[in-house]
Design a protein around this ligand. Sequence first.
Ligand code: MOS
Length: 734
Amino acid sequence: MTTVERPRIVGAGTDRVDGPLKVTGAAPYSNDVSLPGMAHAAVARATIASGRITRLDTGPAESAPGVLAVLTHLNAPRLGSGPESLLRTPPPPLQDDRILYYGQYVAVVVADTPEQARAAARRVEVGYERAEPLLDLDDPRAERVADPWGSDASWGDVAAGLARADAVVDASYTTAENTNNPLGLFTTLAAWDGDALTVHDSTQWPVLVRATLARMFGVPEAGVRVLAPYVGGGFGAGLRVWPHVVLAAMAARRTRRPVRLELARPEMFTGIGHRPATAQRVRLGATRDGRLTAIEHESVSTLSIEGDNIEPCASVSTTAYACPNVSTRDQQVRLNIPWTNSMRAPGEAQGNFALESAMDELAYMLGLDPLELRLRNYAEVHPRSGLPWSSKALRECYEVGADRFGWARRGAEPSSMREGDWLVGYGLAGVSYFWYQAPCRARVTVRGDGTAYVRSAVTDIGTGTYTVMTQLSAELLGLEPGRVTFGLGDTGMPPGPQAGGSGLTAALGNAVHAACRALLRAFLDLAGADPASPLAGCGADDVTVTDGRIHRVGEPGRGESYTGILAAHGLEELSADGDSEPRRAEEAGMAPAGPFGARFVEVRVDPELGRLRVARVVSVIDGGLILNEKLARSQIIGGTVGGIGMAMFEETVTDRGTGRIANATLGDYLVPVNADVPDLDVTFVGVPDAYNPVGVKGVGEIGLVGMAAAIANAVFHATGRRIRSVPITIDDLL
Ligand code: MOS
């Protein structure tokens, strides 16, 4: 039953089980679902960033063709607040006349067709009393939130560590705001039946959507069903219950019709969160031979006026290196901007850029190979607690990566490598990603026909959850994968956590593991009731399952099949639930390790034109047990492209006069295209992690992390120019 030790099905690069449905268009994303009598909603958004609504004229919109209702703060129902949650739900929309950011919803229009709704929404007339918006991270009027997550840390004596250092780096870094931009336009379809509500939604967290809508509308949670079997990407954008979700439910209740609200691309830029900008300062002290004596890391990041956001940037410096004196501080500044929110590797993406750039600066200052500097400060144990890691193969990441990349060919001096007119640069970054796991429940059923159905109310945001959980379930149940169906994306299933924080595969995998164990015990209880059964007296550890037959370990002949046991007891099926709950580090006697990684990058810079190209990327990742190497590789590749975007292209530009996002289209917001991305070399190393029975660590976000620093470090090696701000643009290199 603990077959993950000798996996047969997991690890294999199985194709996506949902692939055919997706490529044939048969997978029902929330914008594909239609209901009889369905109406359509469109939003009207504020055109100031701060102030009040003083005048509203909805007459022209109400009299437009096909319009069923226009809701504003003057006639919208008063709603309750959402539940306490790891990621707070924005307050319900249309509750008062205050405007806190440009793009905030001021009205929702419901009409027979989407075109009618959009046309009418443009006819909602709004007058404002403007206030001076807070838009700048340095604005002295803005509220600052210190230590927002209680994660600030300090040990040793940083001042003393810096004083006794032979070399000190003291540098400031900035990262731009980025926007998640999942391809699927976020869509909510809401339908009421009395106090019962069914919602099809683009979400990473169906259970939170259910709890939030129940509380806001004051209806029983048991009557709210949220469906999200397919989600067209999220990158963190689907981790909150955004105001448009509430508007769809509000509009459906008012018009007594099912209502679909699909955001347009520009509305995605203001309505579903974005990565905050950061300004960071890192001070590193080291001895002449490259031993760190002090790390100080401070970060300030942007936050919306009413928002919260978990974005621990400086915290990366508490886990990355062995150092006797460490201090990290995070701060947020409240501005009149749309909600900042998780965007793939929140905090880590920006914090790693600052720390790994500073490490590179230190290496050049000391005349040390940047790789050697990292190895000299390798954290053999968890730096803060001193506990052993549950697993850590970062050294192997560096070694394998250096070998595959050919790091030894690197010229020691900046601007020492050329190819034709191009300057060539090598850069690297190390990544020690955080660990996160939430509680999860799964249910498994084996049926009389020898098939199994496993499910949990989680989502697959394109990462491969359906596939890897089908593999894992088949492995644990001793069935062929073709006999196993995995279900998700329905709050009628046992509750599961968000697809986020790179924690779902571990949380869900362990719940599936527990459910399969429980089901095996249930089968043994049934079989064992008959003293003549070859399984009589067997416990779960005495047996294994092969091709649907439970048999004594090492004795394939002594057993009974699932179907035989069910038939003998007149049962059609047998089910069991399983829960996973993260252990506490102190009890486990080890520090839970997230994934680790090493990123090696070669860039080419054209010094005449300031052009920067990424020529090669080698990534080596310790993700614990890899359930499906093909899909895990896809995660790293996708993350790497996101990292190239963060390093060279992506920047959400806010107009400093008005607070309007100036590039809120996919034409204006730059992302890497195929020509910007070379072949990406990805290798996995490491062993199954010891912290949980299945042994997986999440690889959903680490692929992005380290790319910004590795590229900036390679740019320095190519040109001798240290760029401390991303995205790196042509003007930085001229
Ligand atoms: Mo991820 S930003 O936790 O979806």
